[in-house]
Design a protein around this ligand. Structure first.
Ligand code: GAR
Length: 192
């Protein structure tokens, strides 16, 4: 089976968009693909509630309960690998992953980043785009490599930055595009 495992840290709206697409576009009958598990590093991630409602396996692995980044990633890999994933999807997963983790999932690990990469890797992307005087912002779906926010771009979407935009307003405009391009990129990968 083409199992998909999604990692979240927060609201999980991208994860929800992927789950909705999987169900409404019949990924299971078309591709034998399903979202097998949603894993969070935070017990209070709102996305966990949605995943449980959809009867998707969930797990919480608290990074603070592990002595090192390597120990956390080892536990995370063990949890992910129980599901034998064809694709591991980072969806607002706010942890930097070790090179060992990235290597283990090479070719089947993707992320969405809320900027038009290569502009604005890292955090605070929307405020930085506004402060830089950019006229456009957006989001990027990319393969994950050991270098943060690098790796082949699979899709991007562009939105305007409008006069008076706050980071919050811009984030919402970008997020609505994320919900379009992320499920589409996942579907392209599992359809191959
Ligand atoms: C999204 O905007 C995503 O691009 C961003 O966090 C948000 C998560 O929202 N990811 C990063 O900043 C990764 N460094 P969601 O939990 O509702 O999908």
């Amino acid at each position: 089976a083409n199992n998909i495992v999604i990692l979240i840290s927060g609201s999980g709206s991208n994860m929800a968009a992927i789950v909705e697409a999987a169900q409404s576009r019949h990924w299971s009958t078309r591709y034998g693909a399903r979202v097998a598990a949603v894993i969070s590093n935070r017990a209070d991630a709102a996305g966990l509630v949605f995943a449980r409602e959809r009867r998707i396996d969930t797990a919480v692995l608290d990074h603070k309960a592990h002595a090192s980044r390597e120990a956390f990633d080892a536990a995370l890999m063990a949890e992910i690998d129980r599901h034998r994933p064809a694709l591991v999807v980072l969806a607002g997963f706010m942890r930097i992953l070790t090179p060992g983790f990235v290597q283990h999932y090479e070719g089947r690990l993707i992320n969405i980043h809320p900027s038009l990469l290569p502009a604005f890797p890292g955090l605070n992307t929307h405020q930085r785009a506004i402060d830089a005087g950019c006229r456009f912002a957006g989001c990027t779906v990319h393969r994950v490599t050991a270098e943060l926010d690098h790796g082949e771009y699979l899709d991007q979407a562009v939105v305007p930055i409008l006069p008076g935009d706050t980071a919050q307003v811009l984030a919402a405009r970008v997020l609505s595009q994320e919900h379009l391009i992320y499920p589409r990129a996942v579907e392209r990968l599992i359809a191959r």
